[in-house]
Design a protein. Structure first.
Length: 315
């Protein structure tokens, strides 16, 4: 399969999907939202994405001073790793972040230690770099239900635990879109075309909660969104179908982890079971790939999901 080139994708309602280039093309998105010459950046990718976000601004005739908000859906580094570095470039911007995540972006030392524990020093140095602190006076703590304005365009915060306790989603009434981070799982572009659409949940360490995920997804669906802007990757129509697919697999993952809790070979059997769950769902969706190709694309997700499930079942 030929990898697509990095490129931005302009949607309606002033929304641009910015390919951050993290891991591979069309894997990790930041979103640029523009209203009357003012802008917000929703999710930032890693430090390496900052030049791409600035280039996306310039491509629309905007300067760094035209950005009012930087809004990570949560503080995992593929969503917020570049927040501090980006804020250095945006003199007028404020950072809106979940209350559980705010202190970690002001002082990222504990977050960096946790990331190193999960990924190891070599991966952190290669993929993420060191987080840049965000000055506390530029941070706005996002409370559930609060509304911030982008040139008069209201953006509403929804507290959406499940993937992580510090996760928020953003509702944009003007486009009837939800910016959902990882709440609606991941659906790489390789898994979507006019004939098939596959998505899988993300239970990456360390705060996965399948019960909370159900409640958060229900909140999103109650808004009847026209589409969802997911970080991995891009705008997705058919939100209800994706939500059902993700919850169905999340329930199967939780049941699998519970059933193996006391197994001596827990790790190996858990990963084998996740392979079965994901392949069964992908095949039911008619994804036009072989099993080996599917498993190769989701291998990092399987590893992280297994780690997250192990922590959850241990709690």
């Amino acid at each position: 399969m030929t990898a697509p080139r990095l490129r931005d994708e302009r949607l309606e309602h002033g929304i641009t999907v910015v390919d951050t280039g993290f891991v591979r093309p069309q894997f990790d998105a930041a979103y640029l939202l523009v209203e009357q010459g003012r802008a917000a950046v929703i999710d930032t990718g890693t430090n390496a994405a900052v030049p791409r976000i600035l280039a996306a601004l310039a491509a629309q005739g905007l300067a760094p001073a035209d950005v009012d908000w930087v809004i990570p859906t949560h503080i995992h580094l593929d969503h917020a790793g570049g927040a501090g570095l980006l804020m250095r470039e945006l003199p007028a911007a404020r950072l809106l972040v979940h209350p559980r995540g705010a202190r970690h972006l002001v002082d990222p030392s504990q977050l960096m230690a946790a990331v190193r524990a999960v990924y190891g020093e070599e991966v952190v140095r290669r993929d993420y770099g060191e987080l840049v602190p965000v000055p506390a006076e530029r941070v706005v703590v996002a409370e559930d239900g609060m509304v911030v304005q982008l040139a008069g365009r209201p953006l509403r915060v929804l507290d959406t635990p499940g993937h992580a306790r510090h996760h928020l989603c953003l509702w944009d009434e003007a486009s009837r879109a939800c910016f959902t981070g990882d709440t609606l799982g991941v659906s790489y572009r390789e898994f979507r075309n006019e004939r098939w659409h596959y998505a899988l949940p993300s239970s990456s360490p360390v705060q996965y909660d399948p019960v909370a995920l159900h409640a958060s997804v229900a909140r999103l669906l109650a808004l009847q969104p026209a589409f969802a802007c997911i970080t991995h990757f891009g705008a997705v129509a058919g939100v209800e179908a994706q939500a059902a697919m993700v919850l169905r697999q999340s329930d199967a993952m939780a049941a699998l982890a519970r059933s193996l809790r006391d197994a001596g070979d827990f790790d190996a059997r858990l990963r084998d079971g996740l392979h079965e769950i994901y392949l069964r769902e992908a095949q039911a969706c008619g994804v036009g790939m072989g099993d080996a190709e599917i498993l190769a694309l989701i291998a990092p997700d399987v590893e992280l999901n297994a780690q997250g499930l192990a922590i959850w079942v241990g709690r």
